[in-house]
Write a protein that binds this ligand. Structure first.
Ligand code: BGC
Length: 426
């Protein structure tokens, strides 16, 4: 196979999210949830990777690796610790991070919301609150103003489906972690409206910047019996949010794996019927949304190769999802805002990156407007309910000393970024 050459202006990056790396995010809902009895969280985030203070060295390291893009998030709980009270010191902090990224010659991709809420917002009902679009718009306005004109890419909300379903549907491990169809629908509506407001804020304040949603998705395999259930899931996990992204400048693609949904043929008419009967909603919908698979309640086929998360090792899932989303919005630009895997064997990450890029390159050759690929994650970090066990990083972090060590995959990724091509393995 010849070398796979990418466009000269391709964004080659790595990502983090505030709560997962900064440490000490004690005004957020997650901080409380990590300490509450009975939640699925394995361990508290505590000092995380101390990225809040170590960001200059981390950004310098990312640049030295050869990457040209850094995606990170602003922490709402720090910026607005109580209703309408903005902390200028924290706004200045994030401005300093942007300045540092730019001074290192990197392109900043800023996420305005990545999973965590300020405690006071969560107490108001989070995304289900009627006030939420106004609150989110006010927060975004302050942040976009404070960060100055130097941010060319804004992700508004990271994986809204993980917020809605994770918190109110199928136990994906987001606070408050309940199953409640009514609140789930409210959260979806609140997320869509809040996203639109954030896009409008970016367009108003920074006409040159691009704003987009970071969309979670998986490659989907299903049979005839599972078709109605799968269509319902796609609609509620993906399409409702894509519809809300009509004014976006780009769509952020976040994919990790492939899901199977295999059901007996008879399940198709039964599911269709059950979903059509409104009073049954509370009973049926959580079951449909919780269905991730076909075999023995697992997400993978028997004998499948798994990552540390128990997800199927499937580098090609990313391009498959990109192609599906591009079918929905053929003219839009796309940016891979997350893709990666948790593994203790770093050779698996090298293989994963190579295979993912090969499939992306083919999608681009077919005309899809992909502008870059940001790998998840820069650092081994706090993987939400799973704590510090899963290793997603291109860079290892010693939990005792906070020492960073670039893994072979980080070096490999940096070489690709520097050369702008995936060299032939022959
Ligand atoms: C999230 C990240 C998370 C990653 C791996 C994505 O859903 O945006 O915060 O660490 O997946 O689970």
């Amino acid at each position: 196979m010849p070398d796979l050459v990418f466009p000269a202006d391709f964004l080659w990056g790595a990502a983090t999210a505030a709560h997962q790396v900064e440490g000490g995010n004690d005004k957020s809902d997650w901080w409380d949830w990590e300490r509450q009895a009975g939640t699925p969280v394995a361990e508290p985030s505590d000092s995380a990777c101390e990225h809040y203070s170590r960001y200059p060295a981390d950004i310098a390291m990312l640049a030295a690796m050869g990457l040209n893009t850094y995606r990170f998030s602003v922490e709402w709980a720090r910026v607005e610790p109580s209703d309408g009270v903005f902390d200028q010191k924290e706004l200045d902090h994030y401005r300093a991070v942007v300045d540092c990224v730019k001074a290192s010659g990197l392109t900043p991709v800023v996420t305005l919301h990545h999973f965590t809420l300020p405690r006071w917002v969560a107490l108001e009902g989070g995304w289900t609150s009627k006030r939420m679009p106004d609150l989110f718009e006010r927060y975004c306005r302050r942040v976009v103003e404070a960060l100055g004109p130097g941010v060319p890419w804004y992700c508004t909300i990271n994986e809204p489906t993980a917020m809605a379903s994770g918190a109110y549907m199928c136990g994906w491990g987001q606070p408050p972690g309940v199953v409640d169809v009514r609140r789930w629908r409210q959260a979806i509506a609140g997320l869509v409206e809040s996203h639109k407001r954030a896009v409008a804020v970016v367009h108003e304040l920074r006409p040159g910047a691009k704003a987009g949603l970071a969309v979670f998705s998986v490659e989907r395999v299903f049979n005839a019996g599972a078709k109605p259930a799968e269509e319902y899931k796609q609609r509620m996990e993906e399409e409702v949010f894509l519809e809300g992204a009509v004014d976006d400048d780009f769509i952020g693609v976040q994919t990790y794996t492939r899901h199977y949904l295999l059901m007996p043929r008879i399940a198709a008419p039964l599911t269709r019927l059950a979903l059509a009967i409104r009073p049954l909603e509370g009973l049926v919908v959580p079951r449909v949304m919780g269905l991730k698979t076909g075999v023995n309640g697992t997400q993978v086929l028997a004998g499948g190769r798994l990552t540390q998360m128990g997800w199927e090792y499937r580098p090609e899932a990313l391009a498959a999802v990109l192609r599906r989303l591009a079918g929905y919005y053929p003219a839009k630009e796309f940016l891979v805002t997350e893709n990666g895997l948790a593994t203790l064997d770093d050779r698996e990450r090298v293989e994963f990156i190579g295979r993912a890029l090969t499939a992306l390159h083919a999608a681009m050759a077919d005309g899809i407007r992909l502008r870059g690929y940001v790998h998840w994650s820069l650092l081994d970090n706090f993987e939400w309910a799973h704590g510090y066990v899963p290793k997603f990083g291109l860079v290892a972090v010693d939990r005792e000393t906070q020492e960073r060590t670039v893994k072979p995959s980080g070096k490999f990724w940096g070489e690709i970024a520097k050369s702008g091509k995936l060299a032939s393995s022959e």
